[in-house]
Design a protein around this ligand. Sequence first.
Ligand code: ASP
Length: 439
Amino acid sequence: MAKVVKFGGSSLADAKQFQKVGDIIRADAERRYVVPSAPGKRFSKDTKVTDLLYQCYNLAKEGKDFGDPFREIRSRYNEIIQGLALDYSLDEEFAKIEEELKTNPSPDYTASRGEFLNGHVMAAYLGFTFLDPFEMIFFDENGALDEDRTKKAVAESLSAIPNAVIPGFYGQGTDGRVKTFSRGGSDITGSIIAGAIRAEVYENWTDVSGCLAADPRVVPDPVTIRTITYKELRELSYMGASVLHEDAIFPVRHEGIPINIRNTNAPEEPGTWIVESTAQKTGYTITGIAGKKDFCAVLINKDMMNTEVGFCRKVLQAFEESGISIEHMPSGIDTMTVVVHESEFIDHEQQVVSAVHRLAEPDSIEIESDLALIAVVGRGMKSQRGTAGRIFSALAHAHVNVRMIDQGSSELNIIIGVENRDFEKAIRAIYSIFILTQL
Ligand code: ASP
């Protein structure tokens, strides 16, 4: 059996972190395939190597001197190599990168070198084989992952290699050049590798002990979620909780492989398990709470709306014409509410209002702004009576006015709209009723 282990930038920021990673890998012989990020921040004001590489590229493309950030990158790697007492040099690699920057600067190639170099150091440190994802992760002509080709190439490359390091974040585009995923994309690489070889588990090592039940900037010291389903995680991430890159779920999810989020600085902790489905109880009625501010609600009123076939379609067409995506759509008998992102909507609002009048002929339209949405997510809610009742009484006690309610038919989440200024208060009230009182 094999485990794929991905380590984030803060887990590889310096030699001390590398040693912790080495100990973790050596503690379990099944941790056979390692996906490193580039060195991240060593302290809060530090700069990630990936950001330094983008600085080099931005200077190089203008024909300016990129010596300062380039030297800084070099010294970051040299410190790691020396700190690990490795007899290893990246001089040749640095000469190649410098040459590329001078003659043919490309943002993706440049940024990808953070992972590339770290992969070499990691392979030398562990005595594992270095495998370049350029040879096995392929994008299609639209820039999306070419799943079939990639899966085959990864499975083939790894089949005869017992232990390997595969840098995260990049692969090969159809033009034969390096192409990166979006920022944080090493999570995706790990998931692709785990999916392609049907690993037992995809361990994603970071600097927190898993997914938290609420944002620690809002709720002090929130509990860690022990087990969460892919669907629950998707709901929470969509509403702002960030643990993994959004696209990192799909490759393992297709194969039913669990993801285990772990803390490099506290490897004894079990972390969070992300699974397809589970009989494990959450311990609480809800799994987590997340939310975002700055939405607008567009209320469209029309008497006898319910009898008019095609009314919703016409309203939605008005939003579509302005390229506005819709977040939620709670409706009443003679009203329909369309919730949208304020930033996307604000420049087009009058265009949308007139389009709704032209297409759907409503009686009136009202726009409300400064709306925050909060998602209360939990697979346990379906089988519990009174969950919604408890949310609303907690909010009423906290003097929070609820402006909108939307419950998906999956009963996996309840979305609540409140005023922006009540956002934090509302999350704390919900957290307190379900998690602090442990009901
Ligand atoms: N190093 C890249 C970034 O900073 C990718 C990653 O760490 O996942 O975004």
